[in-house]
Design a binder for this molecule. Structure first.
Ligand code: SAM
Length: 85
């Protein structure tokens, strides 16, 4: 995660969208760099997103195919292990 954070140039004020968040495995790592309230979650699977929301209720969540998202107010997008699909 340190490498991802470095490549994303994460800043404490960044608003991040974790695209294809799954059950939220990346969230604890991202939270080392930014507050949970600035991290939004997106997954096209309602079951996966529900699991992530159970663990991290502070994070706003969007259940959608990311390709169908309208423009959002984010500084950076994180895709981890999404393009295998
Ligand atoms: C292998 S999991 C990775 C989960 C998480 N990013 C991680 O690193 O643990 C891939 C996730 O991407 C989601 N996904 C795949 N295609 C997507 C799309 N077009 N839009 C939103 N989510 C998608 C799947 O539902 C699944 O939960």
């Amino acid at each position: 995660m340190a490498k991802i954070a470095e490549e994303l140039l994460l800043q404490p004020q960044d608003k991040i969208l974790d695209v294809g968040c799954g059950t939220g495995a990346m969230i604890p790592f991202i939270h080392q760099y930014i507050p949970l309230s600035q991290l939004s979650l997106c997954d096209c699977s309602d079951a996966m997103l529900k699991e992530a929301k159970k663990r991290f209720p502070e994070c706003p969540a969007i259940c959608s195919d990311f390709l169908e998202l309208k423009r959002g107010n984010f500084d950076k997008l994180l895709f981890n292990a999404v393009f295998v699909y």
